[in-house]
Write a protein that binds this ligand. Structure first.
Ligand SMILES: O=C(O)[C@@H](CO)OP(=O)(O)O
Length: 252
């Protein structure tokens, strides 16, 4: 289609071990649960059924996104496509909340503070000390990032700042070449990308949640703006229920 030349698919990883335990995760590199693996396979089947076959994959450096992409692409028989990975697609660094239980945090600090940390645009949680058991300060996959750029906590605004250079420098050039691009990433790195694509305000982004394992397809016009705001979930009914479940996290 001439007026919608570019195809982009966003995929949040399937349920992780720490999603299942209701823990703030961020940069901690947890694996998928069995349910998460099934969600990833189903995500790939949805791509195949829709005839939306990725030509190139971009992922974070975290195994829940990497494994989700691999399982989904295998299910769509596209495990062979080229892949690029970047820390810039990682989940938001959750600072000192990493490893903490969401329900306990809500009970300890109250709903306003909890939601400010979880969903406000520009208030990060307290920093996580280097050397903490939940810190990635010694993780070799991040050794190339200069210390002053390596996050110790992030709000969504910070995620946008570190993610968007990757969008412009690495993902847009693949779209420009006519590739159908799959981005396998995380709840908050994808919220930052959707905010940018759909032009969502700092206030309204607090209400946006991304479900696990359900592909969100965008057709983009010549200026890389969505033809349909918000894109299209390939399983809209399942997405609706799963979005509500993410929004309610902690409140159980
Ligand atoms: O814990 C996290 O890293 C994220 C995603 O699972 O949680 P939340 O949806 O609360 O931002």
């Amino acid at each position: 289609m001439a007026d919608a030349p570019y195809k982009l698919i966003l995929l949040r990883h399937g349920e992780s071990e720490w999603n299942a335990k209701n823990l703030f995760t961020g940069w901690v590199d947890v694996n998928l649960t069995e349910k998460g693996e099934k969600e990833a396979v189903r995500g790939g089947e949805l791509l195949k059924d829709a005839g939306l076959l990725p030509d190139v994959l971009h992922t974070s450096l975290q195994k829940r996104a990497i494994r989700t992409a691999n399982l989904a692409l295998d299910a769509a028989d596209r495990g062979w496509i080229p892949v690029h990975r970047s820390w810039r697609l990682n989940e938001r660094h959750y600072g000192a909340l990493q490893g903490k239980n969401k329900a306990e945090t809500l009970a300890e600090f109250g709903e306003e503070q909890f939601m400010t940390w979880r969903r406000s645009y520009d208030t990060p949680p307290p920093e996580l000390a280097d050397g903490s058991e939940f810190s990635q300060s010694d993780d070799p996959r991040y050794a190339h990032i200069p210390s002053e750029l390596r996050p110790r906590t992030e709000c969504l605004k910070d995620v946008g700042h570190r993610m968007l250079p990757y969008w412009y420098d690495s993902i847009v050039p693949d779209l420009a070449e006519g590739h159908t691009v799959l981005v396998a990433a995380h709840g908050n790195s994808l919220r930052a990308l959707v905010k940018h694509l759909d032009g969502i305000s700092d206030e309204d982004i607090t209400g946006l949640n991304i479900p696990t394992g359900i592909p969100l397809a965008y057709e983009l016009d010549a200026d890389y703006n969505p033809v349909t705001k918000g894109g299209t979930y390939l399983d809209p009914e399942a997405a609706k229920a799963a979005i509500q479940a993410v929004a309610n996290q902690g409140k159980k």
